[in-house]
Design a protein around this ligand. Structure first.
Ligand code: ADP
Ligand code: MG
Ligand code: ZN
Length: 491
């Protein structure tokens, strides 16, 4: 970024809460069904239909709020946000306005700027103030077909109408696109962790908008902000913000002014384009929803939810660092997903070598999963068996290189480590007597090399190791071979 400028970013995240039914009716939230199959008078917005709040939404909303350190208000109010759009048949969205479900979070995240190749430089902690998390319903979807101006048809699918959302809004606390990137990933993992939201941006169950402005360093006031939409992945969001920063700085430096508007990210063209300007901005004419009473959430309920939460990622990361002597980066990677963290902890125990377990998971396991396009839960190699495999290495029964082969088969077949080692006749030769006799044979067969070695050509040591390994078909324990060889070559 150009020097002399500072970026200011605030984020709004819409997270779909993982309920089976919608927020104000009993219709299914399942996607991919026939258009409009999951609808009823309430979510179709038919006159006279009355909303009834789904209790599960409150539980999941509270889980999300607590996981993100927000304070849950004992009393919150649903409000009508009025606007017209074909996918919103009531003419208003039921949301929350001046009395939201929860407020005032302060989240500590880890963030790092990235080098040219996208690799993190130095990780550092950062505090993000979360203004509010409120509850609302999603709208339906407009589906367009055919070519514009030729034979274009538009359809309205209301299966998504009434799906529960948590909207999470931050203060303008981010100063770079990577800080924003690390925050969204943190929120995604936290929501997945507590089971509040699937948080998959590609599937659209977590959506994100970025408000971006720039100002000259030293300026007290914020610049005019632009709202970025259509950010379909965290990486797209980061790129869109970078593009927008450059655009705004260039505009101001060439004498122009940033207009307050909404712009859409176009990943293909790698640029943002105007969607609507402030002049067309809505006045939502919010007012309290008369069909729903105030939402009262007692302290007891909040405590119950708090007690039912699993150990949260940050706590778990710190514990991993202490208990298992892992580095910050390694521990962070292992707690990036709850299933992975569980897998690690089980493997660490089963192996009695937590560091090795961490390395195996971060390199071999994650690679196998990526190759097979599997999740941790789908992996055929159990953490107990990975632990058993690590023990076989530590006991000198197989080499690290052999273990990698075994692990690949464990992932492919689900067979246990010991079974594969036995099947392939891999067990390492650690019997000193057998190794000694192999060494004696090799020495007897290589009188020239022996003479040169003893005359000072140390490099020939490798030659002898190689010969012994060959004689034992690669099964000899290399550590013992080295020890015994040194001994015998001296003699
Ligand atoms: P609006 O009424 O346009 O939605 P809000 O004040 O509710 O604006 O803020 C929406 C989001 O924009 C929040 O995340 C907030 O932190 C962020 N924001 C507000 N002002 C700025 C600014 N000047 N630059 C960047 N982000 C901002
Ligand atoms: Mg807004
Ligand atoms: Zn319905």
């Amino acid at each position: 970024m150009k020097s002399g400028w500072e970026t200011v970013i605030g984020l709004e995240i819409h997270a779909q809460l993982s309920t089976e039914s919608k927020i104000f009716c009993g219709c299914s939230t399942k996607f991919g069904d026939e258009p409009n199959a999951n609808t009823c008078p309430v979510c179709l917005g038919l006159p006279g239909a009355l909303p009834v709040l789904n209790r599960r939404v409150i539980e999941l909303g509270a889980r999300a709020a607590l996981a993100l350190t927000l304070r849950v208000n004992e009393r919150s109010i649903f409000a009508r946000k009025n606007y017209f759009y074909p996918d919103l048949p009531k003419g208003y969205q039921i949301s929350q306005f001046d009395r939201p479900f929860s407020e005032q979070g302060e989240l500590e995240i880890m963030t790092a700027e990235r080098d040219e190749g996208g690799h993190p430089r130095e990780w550092r902690p950062m505090k993000v103030r979360i203004t509010r998390l409120h509850l609302e319903e999603d709208a339906g979807k407009n589906v367009h077909e055919g070519l514009p101006d030729v034979d274009r048809y538009s359809y309205v699918d209301l299966n998504r109408a009434g799906t529960p959302l948590a909207e999470i809004v931050t203060e303008p606390d981010f100063r770079s696109s990577w800080e924003a990137y690390d925050y969204v990933n943190h929120v995604r993992h936290a929501l997945q962790w507590v089971g509040a939201c699937e948080a998959d941006m590609e599937k659209g169950n977590l959506r994100c908008e970025a408000n971006v402005s720039v100002r000259r360093i030293g300026d007290e006031n914020f610049g005019t902000k632009v709202e970025l939409k259509n950010l379909n992945s965290v990486r797209f969001m980061q790129r869109a913000i970078e593009y927008e920063i450059e655009r705004q700085i260039e505009l101001i430096e060439s004498g122009g002014q940033v207009r307050q508007e909404t712009r859409l990210w176009n990943e293909h063209a790698a640029e943002t384009r105007v969607m609507r300007s402030k002049e067309e901005a809505h006045d939502y004419r919010y007012f309290p929803e008369p069909d729903l009473p105030p939402l009262i959430v007692g302290a007891e309920f909040i405590e119950q939810v708090r007690n039912s939460l699993p150990e949260l990622p940050d706590t778990r990361r710190n514990r991993f660092m202490q208990e298992y002597d892992l580095s910050y980066n390694d521990a962070s990677q292992l707690v990036s997903e709850r299933a992975l963290a569980d897998y690690y902890e089980q493997a660490a125990k089963a192996s009695a070598n937590p560091r090795a377990a961490g390395n195996w998971i971060r390199s071999e396991l994650l690679r196998e999963l990526e190759t097979a396009n599997q999740t941790v839960a789908e992996c055929l190699a159990s953490p107990d068996e990975l632990g058993a495999l690590i023990r076989l290495i530590d006991e000198g029964k197989i080499s690290g290189k052999q273990a990698k082969e075994v692990f690949i088969e464990m992932c492919a077949s689900g067979k246990g480590a010991a079974a594969i080692v036995a099947e392939r006749g891999m067990a390492q030769l650690s019997d000193t007597g057998e190794i000694d006799s192999a060494i004696d044979e090799v020495i007897a067969a290589s009188p020239n090399q022996l003479e040169q070695y003893r005359a000072g050509k140390e490099a020939l040591f490798g030659f002898f190791v190689g010969q012994v390994m060959k004689a034992t078909k690669g099964k000899a324990n290399p550590k013992i071979v080295n020890e015994r060889l040194r001994e015998k070559l001296k003699a």
